[in-house]
Design a protein around this ligand. Structure first.
Ligand SMILES: [Zn+2]
Length: 167
């Protein structure tokens, strides 16, 4: 199984992070929370757009965590990022999930489930899976409705590949 490090970018509610981790641990993933907050400097802010610039954040995050001994390093942030069409951004072994658009304060459980589905999908991608045809998170999703319609789970064949994938 992949070794995963979760990092909060700026401040993310600790309870939300812990709920995310609990689900991953339940599924026997190896996951740690980085004890510090990764702060984004104001240099990454686009004052015209009133949003942070995803490319700068990704680059800074990558240079900070590049050499950490984890297979996947996932940053979670609820700041406003200019790359809102994507559920995640990724580069090398680094991925960032902006949760602002998928988080619904009136339904925290659903929101956490959405974040975990995206994390499951990212783990699957890093395990070399794409485009599963089964009822499975690896089927992929283009919008929030599709994301909500998928299970927080892998089909048997994807699960086997994720377990085998130990490089
Ligand atoms: Zn599958």
């Amino acid at each position: 199984m992949k070794k995963i490090l979760l990092v909060q970018i700026n401040k993310v509610d600790r309870l939300i992070l812990q709920s995310i981790v609990d689900v991953l641990l339940e599924r026997k993933f190896s996951v740690n929370i980085f004890p510090e907050i990764f702060h984004i400097s104001i240099n990454a802010y686009d004052w015209n757009e009133d949003k942070y610039i995803s490319d700068i954040i990704l680059k800074k995050f990558q240079s900070r965590f590049n050499n950490f001994p984890f297979d996947i390093i996932i940053g979670i942030t609820d700041i406003d990022i200019n790359n809102t069409d994507n559920f995640y951004m990724k580069n090398g072994n680094i991925a960032i999930i902006p949760i602002k658009n998928i988080f619904n304060k009136n339904n925290v459980n659903l929101s956490i489930e959405r974040i975990n589905k995206i994390i499951f999908y990212i783990i699957g991608m890093y395990s070399g899976i794409d485009n599963c045809k089964n009822y499975c998170i690896m089927k992929g999703f283009k919008n929030i409705e599709e994301l909500d319609s998928l299970p927080l789970d892998y089909c048997d064949s994807c699960m086997t590949r994720i377990k085998q994938n130990n490089y």
